[in-house]
Design a protein around this ligand. Structure first.
Ligand SMILES: [Zn+2]
Length: 200
């Protein structure tokens, strides 16, 4: 009887460990992503990643979103898709190798390219959290901060430059028209560092 109870106790503990392990890691990752987003947002903001169950039933096609209130002010949280979160978590864990490839090559493999896109999603949503509503301006600022975002996620300087270059070169031209503007250029009105000649 005592042995049976002990066994049940151990089984229950194992179940809790199985559930709590990934759950706790998920929370730590959300906090790490929130710290990165907060730098851009200029205030404390949160990042929400879908839990395991929500990820299974996810239907939204959006990689990320920020809600704006009727007063035109952003909420305090960015919601990211499960695939965006998974890629950012892999970056945080240092599990993605060969990111430097993105600096020149157009064929580095889907995993690397999707990781770069995820970095851009995080930068982009963080600019919305800062209060920018225009998609074109938001995306222009994201282009200029992707390198910093990648560094804060743990990428090396070389990897971070490669990620930012890839997004600018391959992702940006393929975005829908509302995400692009001719104002997004070196020395243009959306240039965050007009004194600098490097672009983005
Ligand atoms: Zn947006």
């Amino acid at each position: 009887m005592a042995a049976a109870r002990l066994l049940v106790g151990i089984l229950a503990l194992a179940a809790v460990a199985l559930y709590v392990g990934p759950y706790r890691q998920g929370l730590e990752d959300e906090e790490a992503l929130a710290r990165v987003a907060s730098v851009i947002a200029g205030r404390d903001v949160a990042v929400d990643c879908p839990g395991t169950l929500a990820a299974l039933t996810e239907v939204s096609a959006h990689d990320g979103s920020v809600r704006f209130g009727p007063d035109g002010r952003p909420g305090d949280e960015a919601k990211l898709s499960s695939r965006t979160c998974a890629r950012l978590e892999s970056l945080l864990a240092g599990e993605i190798e060969g990111l430097e490839c993105l600096a020149y090559d157009t064929r580095c493999g889907g995993e690397l390219e999707r990781a770069a896109v995820a970095v851009n999603v995080l930068s982009h949503e963080a600019w919305h959290l800062r209060g920018e509503r225009s998609e074109a301006a938001t995306q222009c600022y994201a282009l200029q901060t992707n390198e910093d975002t990648a560094l804060r996620l743990g990428a090396s300087p070389e990897e971070a430059r490669a990620i930012a270059a890839f997004v600018f070169r391959e992702v940006q031209p393929a975005l829908p028209p509302d995400y692009r503007t001719s104002a997004c250029r070196e020395g243009g009105p959306l240039d965050l560092r007009p004194e600098r000649t490097a672009w983005p």
